[in-house]
Design a protein around this ligand. Structure first.
Ligand SMILES: Cc1cc2nc3c(=O)[nH]c(=O)nc-3n(C[C@H](O)[C@H](O)[C@H](O)COP(=O)(O)O)c2cc1C
Length: 240
């Protein structure tokens, strides 16, 4: 009889241990979840606003002083849509807000979110997916100070609520345009960045394009390979 009690106790311990280790108990399963599975759906972009395009062009300025206030997810959604959102889904490749040589779309867009930078979004590095208009978490934690160091210590990078980073996959464009590909990638990032400037102005936000950075350090912050060429870092925040 005694050995029966002993065996059933051992089985009980084994079951509890297995359940605990497999992450069934408490919040453990959350922490063990692989980073790539964290996806954030963005609110639908607004297609009308209070500021005319002429006024946005007139008021556009590079702004480097920000209040320490979070952006809303709606504002982040609007900025990303302005940069690379899909505006013609009926075309199979999906035409976007910014033009692209041959419609090959070499740009990839990332958002580095500071701790408390966006309401309802944990600090981290997110990758923007234009077709689904959603973000996926690619690195956890506040990496804005590392990004600031990568941008030769420009303080506004560390102070901004978010930094939008463009990289270019030059090979995507090279398939059709050969030696002109790198030039096209830079030109395209200018279009997308100007859209962010104008959209930020219309939202009452401030931003500045950053061209001074160490490419490899920016890559390290984003966790991307040498295939992606960092082309712009764009801090965004509420103007002081
Ligand atoms: C290609 C490029 C690179 C730039 N790099 C930086 C930079 O690294 N840091 C910065 O604070 N501003 C940078 N700027 C912003 C310029 O300083 C700014 O556009 C210029 O002072 C004119 O001001 P405005 O944009 O308000 O008209 C850059 C602008 C461009 C077009």
């Amino acid at each position: 009889m005694r050995w029966l009690v002993l065996v059933s106790m051992l089985i009980g311990f084994a079951v509890v241990g297995f359940v605990a280790m497999s992450g069934f108990v408490g919040g453990r399963s959350e922490r063990l979840r692989p980073v790539r599975q964290q996806v954030v759906s963005l609110p639908e972009p607004r297609l009308e606003g209070p500021l005319s395009v002429e006024q946005a062009i007139l008021r556009r300025r590079s702004r480097r002083d920000y209040r320490r206030e979070p952006l809303s997810l709606g504002e982040v959604s609007q900025l990303l849509w302005a940069a690379q959102g899909i505006t013609a889904p009926q075309v199979w490749t999906g035409l976007r807000t910014a033009p692209s040589a041959g419609g090959l779309y070499p740009l990839e867009v990332y958002v580095v979110v500071r701790e408390g930078g966006v309401d309802g979004l944990e600090a981290g590095v997110y990758h923007y997916h234009p077709h689904k208009h959603e973000l996926s978490l690619v690195a956890e934690g506040d990496l804005s100070r590392s990004l600031m160091r990568a941008c030769v210590d420009q303080e506004w990078v560390g102070a901004a609520a978010i930094n939008i980073v463009f990289t270019g996959v030059v090979e995507r464009t090279r398939v059709k345009y050969g030696a002109r590909a790198t030039q096209y990638v830079f030109q395209e990032s200018g279009h997308a960045a100007q859209n962010i400037y104008l959209q930020a102005e219309a939202l009452g936000l401030g931003c500045v394009v950053i061209g001074a950075f160490y490419e490899d350090e920016v890559r390290r912050v984003l966790g991307v390979s040498g295939e992606e060429l960092p082309v712009y870092v764009i801090p965004v925040g509420r103007p002081a």
